[in-house]
Design a protein around this ligand. Structure first.
Ligand SMILES: *[C@@H]1O[C@H](CO)[C@@H](O)[C@H](O)[C@H]1NC(C)=O
Ligand SMILES: *[C@@H]1O[C@H](CO)[C@@H](O)[C@H](O)[C@H]1NC(C)=O
Length: 350
């Protein structure tokens, strides 16, 4: 049971699974979430902390990007709230990496390592067939297609067991967070939050939707009553319109990933081999699961969060832009451009 990740960017790339190594470092004078003194007016003032952690999947070579991400997240949000950080790597983190992450936050930081045998594809996968798939995608110039896919099953990671929500804070945040998004998710009982939604590249997932349909036919009881199928399909489920939430920013409820529907769905997809023979990524797989197996009102578009992950960005359009001291250009926001799936998401609720 693993979750393939398309490594879409330079800095915070890759995957996970179980952990062999577990180091926990607590900064001296650390303020535990929910305890420390709180100045008036910050996003977590006067509120209990949610059951949540910030999560970063990174390699030692991603140090520069990781420093930038952590600095922005701390400056825009977490210096007030002191949510813990969990960092996961495929090899031991260097002293340099650990030292820098520890100096950037006064929250507790944990570092985990995924054992080597868990980030290669399982033995039952036909490597010749998998290689043929990768070669084909290299011909089609799919980025990173030439490498063996990493697998991830990060929510079973020991470092994350104590938490319900995680937020993957990837590089660029343009605006102050005026409130605590974890608390929002928990209070409103949401399971998935996103900022950017657009179309997946079809050659990476040629047989994903037929597998999804097969799964639904076998397990119709997992379909939520008021689901978001209309976001994924324009013809009632016959075909996939390729819409997905961009998973490099995601605030999600791991209890949903750990739940029966997602586990069954993931096992089914894993057995299909599409993570290896094609290039199924965690973005479409997560998106399809939350859109179908949860009621649509459990999904949340964080329209007031300014976020960029090249080449796309979301910039708040309303008064939030000035209020939250956003540093982005409203006109650059992808929301209403042809490549965006936000209009489909909004129509679910109109
Ligand atoms: C942080 O990383 C830099 C290299 O970018 C290194 O020179 C420095 O020693 C590190 N700092 C700590 C506290 O480890
Ligand atoms: C936080 O969530 C995890 C996972 O659901 C749960 O095991 C744990 O008991 C929760 N902790 C608190 C303090 O509610």
């Amino acid at each position: 049971m693993y979750l393939a990740v398309l490594t879409r960017r330079r800095h915070v790339v890759f995957l996970v699974v179980l952990v062999l190594l577990r180091i926990r470092i607590t900064h001296p004078g650390n303020v535990q979430p929910g305890i420390g003194p709180e100045p008036e007016g910050h996003p977590c003032a006067g509120r209990p902390r949610a059951n949540a952690t910030l999560l970063m999947l990174a390699r030692n070579s991603d140090l520069e990007g990781a420093i930038s991400s952590v600095k922005q997240m701390e400056g825009r949000f977490n210096k007030h709230c002191n949510y813990p950080w969990a960092f996961l790597n495929e090899e031991p983190f260097t002293e340099e990496f650990i030292g820098n992450m520890t100096r950037l936050t006064k929250s507790s930081v944990s570092f985990g390592q995924i054992p080597r045998e868990h980030w290669f594809q399982p033995d039952w996968v036909d490597e010749d067939l998998a290689r043929a798939g990768r070669d084909k995608m290299v011909e089609q110039e799919i980025i990173y297609a030439g490498s063996v896919p990493y697998v991830t099953f990060f929510f079973h990671q020991p470092l994350l067991q104590d938490y319900r929500y995680y937020w993957r804070p990837d590089i660029e945040y343009f605006c102050d967070m005026p409130y605590d998004p974890f608390y929002f998710m928990q209070e409103k009982d949401k399971i998935y939050g996103f900022t950017i939604s657009f179309y997946e590249w079809e050659p990476t997932i040629p047989t994903l939707w037929s597998s999804v349909k097969e799964f639904i036919a076998e397990h119709p009881h997992y379909l939520a009553e008021d689901n978001a199928m209309a976001y994924l399909s324009d013809d009632g489920g016959a075909t996939y319109n390729l819409c997905h939430f961009w998973s490099n920013f995601e605030i999600a409820d791991m209890d949903f990933w750990r739940g029966e529907a997602y586990q069954a769905f993931f096992d089914f997809l894993e057995r299909k081999g599409g993570f290896y023979y094609e290039r199924w990524g965690d973005a479409p797989v997560h998106s399809i699961a939350v859109a179908l197996f949860a009621p649509k009102d459990k999904l949340h578009f964080f329209t007031d969060v300014g976020y960029r992950h090249q080449p796309f960005e979301h910039c708040p359009q309303s008064d939030d832009w000035a209020q939250n001291k956003c540093a982005c250009d409203k006109a650059e926001s992808i929301d209403w451009r042809p490549q965006s799936c936000i209009p489909r998401f909004q129509r679910l609720f109109s």
